[in-house]
Write a protein that binds this ligand. Structure first.
Ligand code: NA7
Length: 533
């Protein structure tokens, strides 16, 4: 098939953001080429195939809202969808809206260079092809570039090393094997119980104990699904204007004003619901006041101690160095219970850090544990990693890597001063990872699409943020973040998981609804804070 060498738009990435962006571009009559590094579409849900991989947002909320027909025809099978089902959904969307013909798989974008003379981007791919486009939309994902591991000796290990973020498509059989899992974020916490079912010995290496709540996943019953489908429009609208893109009543009461009995009942109820949002919404000040947060954290620690029979293991698993919710908490199925099995062992890296990996296993101050397989569940160079792995150059050849040397700067998480006609979907400075991603993706794609329609209609050649608007937005993002408990954790929200990465609180915590309003007002005010030429 012959492809256009100068489409109107290049979209980088064919995950949920890239797919919907392509659909909207079609509707605007703009030509597009979508480049995707993976051998399939689906982004996060293409790559993260580890055992137990599952979304921690409910399927009825973690789905597109742009097509009522799609909403009605797709049947989810579980409350929290597993990776294969989400990938099937993405593939269904691609087929249903005939998206595949503009998507090129196995094609990584290596550079994007702005040309001031032609007002176009030159985008080069891993196949050595260069195309030019008026607009470049980066739909590269927030958690798509796995973090380089700083543990020495990994190359020396004789057995297989698996990464949760690059899991073999054929799956892995751990039957009878001695397995090390390094990392206890969502990927580790979801995979450990499943790997433990097969492995002969499983050793979990934990650097930071995380808060995890029971998911209480279950098959989705017809009544729940039918009720949602009958009222989808209202649910979606509520999610769009909510703090985190999720439906739910907002608390007004302080945890400090409740009696111990009331608090216990509220936390018990949230624990029974199996939902991160339910625990966060017990009281208005859980994320703001350390005393309120401690009450929720104490409750969760108590449940961990109730579950794990060995007191030393329970103590190590109980998080103590960061407030609840300031690192992304997890939803699990049987995680803490797994440590009651005699063949599952926890190594607390706070006490005995990993010194190196050898040909045979993992060495800490306590000696060497011999293993057959190593599983890395060590996370991502979040929010900026994927963008900065591409050589992006704006006006006067300025590299994005230089513009972001002290941390990412953007206006609204949508555009960067000095980089005309470039858009980032769920970029740093927007709610992104602090929200239901599907809601934030749709909001950004809709905003970008309306913006492109305006530029095309009025023959505007370029749009880019003013340096002042960007500076003010960056300051606002920081100010709002600092008013919360988030800066108290060494999290990937702050870049703290990657050695040498600037410490900047990257997502915008002002709330999905409030943020949407700001974006809409900016557009209504003829793109206030942007220069249009
Ligand atoms: P996360 O949440 O970043 O978790 C990575 C885990 O790996 C975390 O426990 C890290 O400890 C640990 N880690 C990272 N580097 C090391 C080294 N060098 N040694 C030991 N342990 C290490 O990534 P996930 O893939 O689990 O989840 C990502 C998101 O996907 C999640 O937040 C949800 O939004 C879904 P640390 O906490 O940095 O001390």
């Amino acid at each position: 098939m012959s492809r256009q060498s100068s489409p109107d738009v290049v979209v980088v990435g064919a995950g949920f953001a890239g797919l919907y962006q392509l659909h909207r571009l079609r509707g605007l009559g703009l030509s597009a080429r979508v480049f995707e590094a993976g051998s399939g579409i689906g982004g996060t849900w293409y790559w993260n195939r580890y055992p137990g991989a599952r979304c921690d947002v409910e399927s009825l909320e973690y789905s597109y809202s742009f097509s009522p027909e799609l909403e009605q025809e797709w049947e989810w099978t579980e409350r929290y969808p597993a990776q294969p089902e989400i990938l099937r959904y993405a593939e269904h969307v691609a087929e249903r809206f005939d998206l595949r013909r503009d998507i090129e798989l196995d094609t990584r974008v290596t550079s994007a260079v702005w040309d001031d003379d032609t007002s176009r981007w030159s985008v080069t791919t891993s196949h050595g092809e260069t195309v030019t486009a008026r607009y470049c939309v980066f739909a590269t994902g927030c958690l798509s570039r796995p973090k380089d591991l700083e543990i020495p000796g990994l190359d020396a290990f004789a057995g297989p090393v698996y990464s949760t973020a690059r899991w073999p498509h054929a799956g892995v059989d751990f039957t009878g094997r001695r397995v090390a899992v390094i990392g206890t974020g969502s990927s580790g916490i979801q995979s450990v119980p499943v790997i433990a079912e097969q492995a002969a010995e499983l050793t979990v290496y934990q650097r930071t104990a995380n808060y995890s709540l029971p998911a209480r996943n279950r098959p989705l019953d017809a009544r729940t699904q039918d009720e949602r489908k009958a009222n989808y429009a209202a649910y979606r609208e509520a999610a769009r204007h909510s703090p985190a893109g999720l439906v739910g009543d907002l608390p007004t009461e302080s945890a400090l004003d409740a009696s111990p009995e009331q608090r216990r009942a509220a936390f018990d109820d949230a624990w029974a619901q199996g939902s991160l949002g339910a625990m966060r919404r017990t009281y208005a000040d859980i994320g703001l006041d350390i005393r309120a947060n401690d009450m929720a954290a104490d409750f969760i620690r108590g449940r961990i101690r109730d579950t794990v029979t060995d007191p030393a293991t329970a103590e190590a698993l109980a998080p103590s160095d960061h407030p609840f919710g300031t690192k992304r908490p997890c939803l699990d199925t049987g995680y803490y219970e797994t440590f009651n099995s005699p063949h599952v062992h926890l190594v607390d890296l706070k006490k005995t850090p990993i010194e190196r990996i050898t040909e045979r296993g993992v060495v800490t101050a306590d000696g060497e544990v011999e293993v057959d397989d190593v599983v890395l569940a060590t996370g991502f160079d979040a929010m900026t990693g994927a963008l900065l792995s591409i050589d992006i150059r704006g006006r006067d050849g300025q590299a994005l890597a230089d513009a972001w040397a002290d941390g990412p700067v953007s206006y609204l998480g949508l555009g960067v001063a000095g980089f005309p006609n470039l858009f980032t979907i769920t970029g740093p400075g927007s709610p992104s990872v602090l929200s239901n991603m599907l809601v934030s993706i749709e909001q950004h794609v809709d905003w970008i699409s309306e913006c492109l329609a305006r530029l095309e209609r009025d023959r505007v050649a370029t749009i880019e943020p003013t340096p002042q608007a960007q500076k003010d937005w960056v300051a606002h993002v920081a100010e709002v973040g600092e008013a919360t408990l988030y800066p108290l954790a060494k999290s990937w929200y702050l870049g703290a998981n990657v050695p040498g990465k600037p410490r900047v609180f990257m997502p915008y915590i002002g709330g999905v609804g409030a943020y949407r309003q700001i974006c809409d007002e900016v557009a209504a005010d003829d793109y206030r804070g942007f220069t249009l030429q």
